[in-house]
Design a protein around this ligand. Structure first.
Ligand code: AMP
Length: 359
């Protein structure tokens, strides 16, 4: 790190924890700016390693291996939020870890995250902490049905969630969630879903991308369109203010994603991810600076780039499972940009790539 400017000069090495497509696209953005990336991931051949200078295979909980990894790089970031916070904390005396571990810990626990959002003026769906069947029955009384029981930790892409239509399903739902500490959430009657992608530099400068409208299928993001119109356009300023407050109060550095439901009562906070996000993939061709480049700029102490939209409308389609077999067709479509992640087997539900179309 060039201490004078607080900058990590191009030519330095960035350590990325996690080896999936987010790490792959972060590594490609780093290379464009002249950095080298090392990937730390438990898999033998993670797709990020194909485009990185080095891959270290190791368990996320192996503090010794993580410390060795940190010795070889100039800054550490992560592309995956289910990394145990303890071992990551111990890296901070070797190299800067960005976004900071406090932000990671907050985002790892749905309950703390919602409490934090409420204490900073945001509004999640009505929720209650649940640690027993009795708690769940009380929570169902208080919130009513339909409701969704979500594990506090390790949920993603709709996993770790059970929908409850009627209070007499409590015992089944508690068993299905594995009797794990959870949060019961009211089912939100929303018109649309959207996200706020914000990037914050170490001097506190913030840039926000235009909010995409997101459509999910089976709990997995299927499509993002930017800029989101109608109710999303109406509610993005209030949601953006909340995301900014969260980023400022956490002294956050890097890209932060907050997901919202646009409802008749205003924006309802769903969850946050302390990282680049699938709903920001459209920014690679659709914005002046992509989420990946701005994340790298932020963690390296460089000035942030313009986040303006580069077309009237931008659409990102995820290629999930067998949908990636249509790759040749996308190459024949004008103003469509194909991204394949180089993953082997196209299992159902697996994110194999995406396409961004500019209109
Ligand atoms: P999550 O993993 O919490 O983002 O949930 C995945 C998807 O499930 C969301 O994008 C929504 O489509 C739906 N969902 C989650 N929580 C709720 C809720 N409280 N009310 C209505 N739909 C929800």
């Amino acid at each position: 790190m060039n201490a004078e400017a607080g900058r990590l000069a191009p030519g330095s090495t960035i350590g990325i924890i996690g080896g999936g497509q987010l790490g792959r696209m972060l590594s490609m953005a780093s290379a464009q700016l002249g950095y080298r990336c090392h990937i730390y991931a438990p898999e033998e051949a993670p797709c990020a390693a194909d485009v990185a200078a080095r891959h270290v295979q190791g368990d996320y909980a192996d503090e010794g291996a993580l410390r060795d990894f940190a010795q070889q790089v100039d800054v550490v970031t992560y592309e995956f939020e289910n990394v145990p916070a303890g071992p990551l904390c111990s890296l901070a005396d070797i190299v800067p870890v960005q976004p900071n571990v406090a932000a990671l810990e907050l985002a790892q626990d749905r309950l703390s995250e919602k409490d934090y959002v409420v204490s900073h003026g945001g509004r999640p769906a009505d929720y209650r902490a649940v640690s027993s069947l009795d708690d769940l029955q009380d929570a169902l009384q208080a919130i009513g049905t339909p409701a969704i029981l979500k594990t506090r930790r390790f949920g993603y892409d709709g996993k770790g969630q059970v929908r409850i239509k009627d209070a007499d399903e409590a015992a089944r739902a508690w068993a299905e969630i594995g009797e794990k500490p959870s949060v019961l959430e009211a089912h939100v009657r929303f018109e649309k879903e959207f996200s706020i992608l914000i990037v914050r530099a170490n001097d506190g400068t913030v840039r926000v991308w235009d909010a995409p409208e997101n459509r999910h299928e089976d709990g997995i993001l299927a499509q993002s369109s930017a800029p989101g119109g109608g109710i999303v356009a109406e509610q993005k300023a209030a949601a953006g203010d909340l995301a900014r407050t969260i980023a400022d109060t956490l002294d956050y550095v890097g890209v932060l994603t907050c997901e919202f439901f646009a409802s008749a009562e205003g924006p309802v906070f769903n969850e946050m991810a302390p990282r680049v996000h699938n709903s920001g993939h459209w920014t690679i061709e659709g914005a002046a600076t992509s989420q990946f480049e701005n994340h790298i700029r932020a963690i390296c102490g460089l000035p942030l780039g313009d986040t303006g939209v580069m077309a009237e409308r931008v659409e990102m389609h995820n290629l999930i499972g067998g949908a990636a077999d249509d790759w040749a067709q996308w190459l024949e479509t004008n103003r469509a940009h194909l991204h394949l992640y180089g993953k082997g087997e196209a299992r159902p539900g697996r994110k194999m790539g995406h396409v961004t179309q500019l209109f």
